[in-house]
Design a protein around this ligand. Structure first.
Ligand code: HEM
Length: 411
């Protein structure tokens, strides 16, 4: 059985949007199965609402309201305590990660300095490498006839790619891949902390080496660039590198897993994309609208203001639910339906974010997802879920799938 966000809400649960918002906690695993039903009910009743969870925050679910917040860094800072993307970094909470958690001119300077590594040409230059590691990973899986496609496939490729973009040597990429998978798969906080410390030390070693001998890679640029007359300090760089790896790894792993689940659930769609790899680009873009891997990130209010009619004070924390914006019926007809042929209108979806922090890695992510799906469909065309497999979607800062126990004919 496939459990998904289309499953019915619990009988007797409240449908009052204000009450739903009040109890909404995106980090509670129990909400994952019905996250978009709940967010839809909240959005239709109150697109900006207060939640009492996680020490209180403002939940923003409407398209226009999310866009407004993302485009106004002078009122809504990207630095946010405990809610946003930085919450996925278990170490270094006290340091502020350059670029990710900064605003306006400081942020622009950082982004400009790193842009060369994330152009569409730079992403295209990774395609051959991505294809090679997909093939290598699949060659190992094929003879088994069965595997968890999340642990065995989607988690294997992106950490090596982001390691390569950073400029790590092959052995170091393998180290990084093993440790980030262990870190984000850790079952206890103690285990996560232990791995997190070893991982932070590894990154610090890389940072110091680049300081001493800068090369032409992304990490060397991060270490040497001067913004506001200084280079970033070691704590800032470790946190920034952790966030860069998380941005490149967790998102793509989960987006690919969600894409595979979409294909498993819709055989007509699967037949179309398997028969024409040229459709994979549109498939990926619609997937990022429909089920964006970055489900919700935060902002902090820095000046007294209003959003969607709600008065806000400095220090209020916002949670921008990007995936909810993408289904907002005021902007997307049948937003709850996946449509490969959806017309691209003047209303851009917000699956890559919006405004100054719009995803820097989107060209790379598009290449990775297209190639990972293409290689999977070619290597094991008849992959299907194992009988009685239970598939559980996850939700939080990141939206994904816990595991995909699949099987295929051995060749
Ligand atoms: C399907 C995969 C991905 C999705 C859905 C996604 C989505 C997003 C979103 C929504 C944001 C904005 C967050 C905010 O404003 O609070 C963002 C930012 C960012 N993403 Fe991605 N992303 C993906 C893959 C990647 C990859 C592969 C990289 C490569 C390193 C990457 C690098 C970044 C960076 C550096 C930022 C921060 C930009 C800034 O603060 O100016 N992303 N991403």
């Amino acid at each position: 059985m496939v459990l998904n966000s289309g499953d019915a809400p619990t009988r007797g649960a409240t449908t009052d949007p204000v009450a739903l918002a009040r109890g909404f906690n995106h980090l509670d695993p129990a909400i994952a199965a019905t996250a978009y039903e709940t967010l839809g009910a909240i959005r239709r009743g109150c697109p900006v609402a207060r939640s009492e969870e996680l020490d209180g925050f403002v939940l923003v679910t409407g398209y226009g309201e999310i866009r407004e917040a993302a485009h106004a860094p002078e009122r809504f800072s990207a630095y946010v305590d405990g809610l946003g993307a930085a919450a996925v970094v278990t170490e270094m909470r006290e340091a502020v990660a350059p670029m990710f958690e900064t605003d306006e001119e400081h942020h622009h300077q950082w982004r400009r300095a790193l842009m060369d590594f994330f152009t569409s040409a730079a992403a295209a230059a990774q395609e051959q490498y991505v294809r090679a590691i997909c093939r290598e990973t699949l060659q190992e899986l094929i003879p088994h006839g069965a595997a968890d496609l999340v642990g065995g496939y989607t988690q294997q490729v992106p950490p090596l790619v982001i390691g390569r973009v950073l400029g790590l040597a092959e052995m170091e990429r393998a180290w990084l891949s093993e440790h980030v998978r262990a870190l984000y798969g850790a079952e206890t906080l103690t285990e996560a902390r232990q791995i997190g410390r070893v991982y932070a030390d590894f990154l610090l070693g890389q940072i110091r080496e680049r300081r001493a001998h800068p090369g032409s890679d992304l990490l060397s640029r991060m270490v040497t660039v001067e913004v506001d007359g200084r280079t970033a300090d070691e704590d800032e760089l470790v946190k920034m590198t952790m966030l860069m790896v998380a941005a490149g790894h967790l998102t793509t792993v989960d987006a690919c897993a969600t894409a595979i689940l979409q294909l498993l659930e819709d055989s007509a769609l699967r037949e179309r994309v398997a028969g024409d790899a040229g459709l994979l680009g549109s498939f990926v873009e619609e997937l990022v609208r429909y089920e964006p891997a970055v489900a919700a990130t935060g902002r902090t209010v820095t000046a007294a203001t209003h959003l969607g009619g709600m008065p806000l004070s400095p220090g209020d924390r916002l949670l921008l639910a990007w995936g909810s914006a993408n289904r907002d019926e005021r902007h997307f007809a049948d937003g709850d339906v996946f449509r490969l042929d959806r017309e691209r209108t003047r209303t851009p979806h917000l699956g890559w974010g919006a405004g100054e922090h719009r995803c820097l890695g989107r060209h790379l992510a598009r290449v990775e997802l297209r190639v990972m799906l293409d290689e999977l469909l070619r290597a094991v065309p008849d992959f299907r879920l194992q009988p009685h497999a239970t598939v559980r979607r996850t939700f939080g800062v990141i939206r994904g799938v816990a595991a995909l126990p699949a099987q295929w004919s051995r060749r």
